[in-house]
Design a binder for this molecule. Sequence first.
Ligand code: AHR
Length: 531
Amino acid sequence: MATPMRFAAIVLLAILDPAGNRVSLAAEAPDVVQLTLHADRPGPRIEPNIYGQFSEHLGRGIYEGIWVGADSPIPNTKGYRNDVIAALKRIHVPVIRWPGGCFADNYNWRDGIGPRATRPLRLNQLWGGVEETNAFGTHEFLEFAELIGAESYVSVPVGAGTPQSMSDWLEYMLSPSHLTLAQERRRNGRDQPFKVSFVGIGNESWGCGGQMRPEYYADVFRDFASFVRVPAQNPLQIVASGPAGDDYSWMEVMMADAAKLSGPGPGRGMDAISLHYYTLPSGKWAAKGAATGFSEGEWFDTFAQTEAMQVLLAKHSAIMDKYDPAKRIGLFVDEWGTWYDPDKGSNPGFLYQQNTLRDALVAAVNFNIFHAHADRVRMTNIAQMINVLQALILTDKGRMIVTPTYYAFDLYKVFQGAVQLPLDVSPSFYSYRGQQVPRVSASAGRGVDGTVYVGLVNVDPQQIVALDVALDGLKPTSVSGSVLTGALMDVHNTFESPHALEPAKFSGASLNRGHLAVTLPAKSLVVLAVR
Ligand code: AHR
């Protein structure tokens, strides 16, 4: 291995903010952090679906966020808002999970088909007690996914449903035949079958989805999975409702009892199992912490809570490995993200929160963790896409802004479909009041275009970090990149100031004798292209 380079101890660093002002980020570099990138040891594929989204009938996530109706003064295509379509296409959304969430277990698919004028009006009891018009239903969701080029992941109700209602819904969506349900779909305006790539059997069956014990849910899953019968031209993956965070016994029971089915019928059991984990700064549901105006202590706590994802994936994967050493079954983190106290003045049932630089860094730390577990983690879905929790997009009637989290997805989209490359990081910690979290989060991959990409996060809000990256098996001639950082921990975009935080060109990386030297600004995320 080549000898590491040394940096000068003092590094002066400044960037221009989007308004062109010089922002000084920090003045003194601490120790150099050593990394080794093993380009000669390619790992698993980083599935594009790791960059998936979740969109529930909740607050303004779907109504206003996606759907405004064809008669709206807000510019739209067949009812879908144009600004949102363009923003989502830009980040290559690979897959969307719908209609929930807890909402899914209460959903009757028949409410959302047929002429909109005659669809039933229901109460969305779970989320804000508002009226659900059902204007956005099966056709609207599946056509929206087609419009932005994403795969569809449909969660079918266990609570409000039966294996029969599920198989009817699947037949309605997917059948190429002239059976009654396929003909009904045609009468509702869709001749060709839709495509559905994933079907989830219930949601949070340990909680809002039925308060079940794992032994009971394992049987319920087996029952439903036996009736997932789909046409040959639409193979799909069956996703079991998985554990909440560190409920390892749920995973153990599901892997023991439902990984495989036997006897007549489909027989293959689950193709994937979900995991839900939210980052609450305080770790307490009663008072989670604020989305903006937070202290450094809350910043630190947020990253300490985010690090838990690493432990969860390692432990759940170890359990799955016992039963499925060939790694046939995927682990889908189909709900993750920050969850703060709702914004003041908003309907608390709408889960609306602002989104700052902190959220972008949380997203990137999670991406690096997902990449490290790409052998098992084949899909994740951030909660949620628009106007809900850690949103990528916020709307205010006709206005739309993208959030720092959107930019994390935009910068990391080069990892979709990349081959993971191992990246060792020497220990380096951000300490706050006697506690520590890893300061540098990193991952690497060879993108589908052949370029080696490196994702880097410095979670320390005070100190820049100097990195020395040994490049085993790589002889690059150029490096370029983008950075997302700002002067304040809670810098964010607003409808009045939509460009307060945007990525900028990064000039803090250089190549020298086969090594990559990087000066990471405090509280920053950087994605490098090494060619
Ligand atoms: O994302 C909001 C809610 O969080 C989902 O409906 C539920 O599955 C989870 O508890």
